[in-house]
Design a protein around this ligand. Structure first.
Ligand SMILES: Nc1nc2c(ncn2[C@@H]2O[C@H](COP(=O)(O)OP(=O)(O)OP(=O)(O)O)[C@@H](O)[C@H]2O)c(=O)[nH]1
Ligand SMILES: [Mg+2]
Length: 250
């Protein structure tokens, strides 16, 4: 299998679909590269300007209401840090790359961090169709963000590919005293829509790595699975990993 190099860092600003570039007040770039095809196939050589090699690549999008912790989740995963302090809303859309090793295969995740604010919705819609996976977040301390999950799922259904991997994440579980949404409620909703579910904390790091690893495994499995190999069970994998490491994996 040939290996390619990963493009490093943040999204470029050449997108024709970009949000207003004058408003760089948030953490994200106001404009980002236009979506291209979701997968990079092992046989096709690829260009890049960073040093990391990879075998396959996938696009993952973080979606959900403003303030649920999408940017913080990405920063935690990518840099192992938590963005404390005042909340700076993402403007438009931005991406970061991370190469993970899954069963000796280098899997590059190109992770798109979207703005949750309504005014950027038309920008983010354009990126759904190329996403291989969507991490849909709500904030366990914010009931409205949970109630809006149904609307988000409708939107995903409308704009994303039919076989997109969707995972529901209840974030901010470190805020135990402010919790407004029970774990069981999240599980119930996820079961209703047939999507895997887990609770996370970008602040403590709880389950952050696991969420991305599970999605990367699912995508890698779909692409490289042998015909007689059984289907990867994402929820089972997550449950098993959480049992193995206890409740508080970071
Ligand atoms: N306690 C706690 N706070 C968090 C966590 N994740 C994010 N926050 C806080 O929540 C606020 C919003 O986080 P962001 O990551 O910027 O939210 P977002 O979903 O990217 O918001 P938009 O960019 O507007 O869509 C910030 O003040 C963060 O510090 C978490 O896991 N626990
Ligand atoms: Mg953000």
């Amino acid at each position: 299998m040939s290996r390619k190099k990963a493009v490093k860092g943040k999204g470029s600003s050449k997108s024709p679909k970009a949000s207003p570039s004058s408003g760089r007040t948030g953490r994200g770039l106001a404009a980002a590269a236009a979506p291209s095809s979701g997968l990079v196939y092992p046989s096709r050589p690829s260009i890049s300007n960073s040093g990391e090699f990879y075998d396959i690549a996938f696009k993952v999008m973080l979606v959900g209401d403003s303030g649920v912790g999408k940017t913080c989740l990405l920063v935690r995963f990518k840099d192992g840090a938590f963005l404390a302090g005042s909340f700076i809303s993402t403007v438009g859309i931005d991406f970061r790359n991370k190469v993970m090793s899954i069963d000796a295969v280098k899997v590059k995740l190109q992770i798109w961090d979207t703005a949750g604010q309504e005014r950027f919705r038309s920008v983010t819609h354009a990126y759904y169709r190329d996403a291989n996976a969507l991490l849909l977040l709500y904030d366990v301390t914010n009931k409205a963000s949970f109630d809006n999950i149904r609307a988000w799922l409708t939107e995903i259904h409308e704009y994303a590919q039919q076989d997109v991997v969707v995972m529901l994440l209840g974030n901010k579980v470190d805020s135990t005293h402010d919790r407004m949404v029970k774990r069981e409620e999240g599980e119930k909703l996820a079961t209703e829509f047939g999507v895997p579910f887990m609770e996370t904390s970008a602040k403590s790091g709880l389950n952050v790595e696991l969420a991305f690893t599970a999605v990367a495994r699912e995508l890698k499995h779909r692409t490289m699975k042998e015909p007689d190999e059984p289907k990867f069970q994402l929820q089972q994998y997550v449950d098993k990993e959480m049992r193995t490491v206890g409740c508080c994996r970071s």
